[in-house]
Design a protein around this ligand. Sequence first.
Ligand code: AMP
Length: 280
Amino acid sequence: MKVIKSISILQNTIKKYKREGKIIGFVPTMGALHDGHLSLIKRSLKKTDITVVSIFVNPTQFGPNEDFNRYPRPIKKDMGLLKKLNTDILFLPNNEIMYKDPLTTVSVKNITNILCGKYRPGHFDGVCLVVNKLFNIIMPDYAFFGEKDFQQLIVIKKMVFDLNMSVKVIGCPIIREKDGLAMSSRNMYLNKEERKSASQINKILKYGKSEIEKGKSISLIKNSMKKQLKKLKYRKLEYLEILDEKTLSKINNKSKKARIFVAIYIGKTRLIDNMGVKII
Ligand code: AMP
């Protein structure tokens, strides 16, 4: 595995591969890798000739009171996992290399004002800026994103569409722990009791899904789910929404698929999860 920290070296390396006709796959991450990340990397390794993984805890997507400083950075362990998978390139830039007083912003409107965007102002601008930069540096044919961050996936797809970027964005399913908790680098913040509470989120989502698929009233289901979430220990519910999966707007007669979205604090740890639902 090549470990590259410099943008120009990475660009030259990619250009060489492109001249050889190689298909480039890209998986952006913030590290503290788990099986969720690894599933995206495996998908890229299967589909493309050269897989680039980036590890960069992107400061511009964190709010001033968020966990940028304490975000886990187990870089040696991550490198071991990436090597084991036979990842071709790890791109490991630092802040100074990535950001030299940029005056440019990348902003996707409307769909970033809801769900996480409503509670994390500026978050998606930070995500779009860094992903845009990474796409320009790596010029991938395919980029792999997890449905764990479903809103992010939709926002990136819209950015790529609006800006006519030539990368194909592939959404990959959520990987869960045995008890259903969606894998996340932030799960390691949870103590034993909090971890137990966190495992209930998935069960409540599953309940919501089965009730919606029985054709019951969305607003009644939402109320019942909220009640169940509020019973969890250490909770502060940020949002629970059931929206059209394609448009992220309210479900209407034309909606074919919905998605239940939840963001909840278990103790000090903010967890997000979501689940797709058929509409009958
Ligand atoms: P992060 O390191 O949190 O920025 O995540 C990097 C990528 O991994 C994003 O596309 C996430 O959506 C994806 N990801 C994180 N957790 C999971 C998971 N449990 N299952 C699938 N993909 C995930």
